[in-house]
Write a protein that binds this ligand. Sequence first.
Ligand code: GSH
Length: 280
Amino acid sequence: MPDTGTYTPPKVWTWDAENGGKWSGINRPTAGAQHEKELPVGEHPLQLHSLGTPNGVKVTIMLEELLALGKSGAEYDAWMINIGDGDQFGSGFVEINPNSKIPALLDRSTTPPTRVFESGAILLYLAEKFDAFLPVDPSERAECFSWLFWQMGSAPFLGGGFGHFYAYAPEKFQYPIDRYAMEVKRQLDVLDQNLADRRYLCGDAYNISDIATYPWYGNLVLNNAYEAGEFLDVDTYKNVVCWAKEIEARPAVQRGRRVNRSPKNFEGAIRERHAASDLD
Ligand SMILES: N[C@@H](CCC(=O)N[C@@H](CS)C(=O)NCC(=O)O)C(=O)O
């Protein structure tokens, strides 16, 4: 356990594997495969290796939205990567994501197969491949990219910053909680002001920036993240709450949220998805 009193950093940092906190068992300062493990392959062109966390759910929502639009090429197999067990460090997974984080996608309809990692890159890849949920007009597209990349840059302050120190750190340290609570409330205010006169993040049309942002900030204001709704006074962000409720009600969102989760933790959840009927 680290000394929680005054800390003087040593000249050279060294790794203390026993530093406590929820993820201390899997986090380490090195990259690359730690064990040999091939990935399973299903029958669909799109092979998703993921987990139903906010970053993972972005992709299953997108795939379910594409299928709801009638894009049958978006049929997919979703395999569970249990990050608590270290599956992200298996050799097969590292081949499709050298960064060892879910989600990762392998598109076997191309020759050779195309690997895509980083949830934002996967959303863009799918939006371009299926010509959906991405505006065509260059200015509207730029607005969509701006909010998509806003989400990708902002959410680590919510998850790795606020969520980590509020919910997972071995003790409650006031300094980081204050710092990240302030930043997350500022981010919620950014969203709230943007949504004051817009139905979705970019205007009237729902697109990949909403799909990326809902699992993080939508879940936060609907009190589904870190049990922090009261602490962050999320109900005051009325426009964000309204936007989140509208997105949450979409059938494809309801379906996507259930994939790659344990039924013990989430009602209607399925660990793997190989056919639409798995969710029916
Ligand atoms: N920027 C990445 C972040 C992905 C990420 O942080 N994934 C987490 C789960 S939400 C993970 O796989 N963690 C496992 C680990 O850190 O070892 C993305 O958006 O895809």
